[in-house]
Write a protein that binds this ligand. Structure first.
Ligand code: PEP
Length: 251
């Protein structure tokens, strides 16, 4: 089984529902390579209306950008994985650096979220990545290894089928500064070798590892041509349908 090539957009806290529908339909109706798994990570409020508007034949999949680690209960303002799965939302993004920073989500909490999401039959896009200080200190590989060990490596090999990893160096997110293709490849190859050590060759070969951090229409092709880069998690550029479609068509 060849691993999936994936273009995933992360809209963050952007667009009204009307704007979101327009954006999603532009992507859905554009000429694009439909063998690329295309995912839109949208605000919770948009999931239901987009499900109604996007035809299954357009092969666009939706992701929530977060979920709680409990199934239900007195957690005002939260959304449970169970709720997403009951809506048939296939993916959830867990561990985005903005949630780690602004919502103080640590590796232990993210482990609980991943467990809860898989228990509810969601697929997880798990984000990892180092900040600038760590990169400058040249300890980025070990830093990411620790993130994987503490949040992800509780899973068994069979459960890893439902995991996509997104390597997102924080210094490249929303900054316009992209990791070089060589920097991305170095980390992706290291992650794959960590997967191989923990789970064996089959899991390592079958797990898609996305790069995120200022992916644009004009740099996607070079990044995606790296042997261990299986696609992108795209923030800002996913808010422009033409550019996002260009990224999808960059493989
Ligand atoms: C992101 O939010 O996951 C991201 C990578 O953002 P950007 O593409 O804007 O850097």
């Amino acid at each position: 089984m060849a691993r999936k090539k994936i273009a995933a957009g992360n809209w963050k806290m952007n667009t009204t529902i009307e704007q979101g529908i327009e954006l999603a339909l532009r992507v859905a109706n554009a000429e694009r390579n439909i063998s690329i798994t295309t995912i839109l990570g949208v605000p919770f409020t948009h999931l239901f209306p987009l499900q109604k508007k996007i035809k299954a034949s357009s092969k666009i999949l939706l992701a929530a950008q977060n979920c709680h680690h409990k199934t239900s209960g007195a957690y005002t303002g939260e959304i449970s994985p169970e709720m997403l799965s009951a809506m048939k939302v296939p993916y959830v993004i867990i561990g985005h650096s903005e949630r780690r920073e602004y919502n103080h989500e640590d590796n232990a909490l993210l482990a609980l979220k991943i467990r809860a999401a898989l228990n509810s039959k969601l697929k997880v896009i798990f984000c990892c990545g180092e900040g600038l200080e760590i990169r400058k200190a040249n300890t980025h590989i070990n830093y990411v290894k620790n993130q994987l060990m503490e949040s992800l490596f509780q899973l068994d090999a069979n459960e890893m089928k439902n995991i996509v990893i997104a390597y997102e160096p924080i210094w490249a997110i929303g900054t316009g500064e992209t990791a070089s293709p060589a920097q991305a490849q170095e980390m992706h190859a290291s992650i794959r070798s960590m997967l191989q050590k923990k789970y064996g060759k089959r899991v390592a070969e079958n797990t898609s590892i996305l790069y995120g951090g200022s992916v644009k229409g004009n740099n996607a092709q070079e990044l995606f041509s790296q042997p261990d880069v299986d696609g992108g998690l795209v923030g800002g550029a996913s808010l422009n349908s033409d550019e996002f479609v260009q990224i999808i068509n960059s493989f």
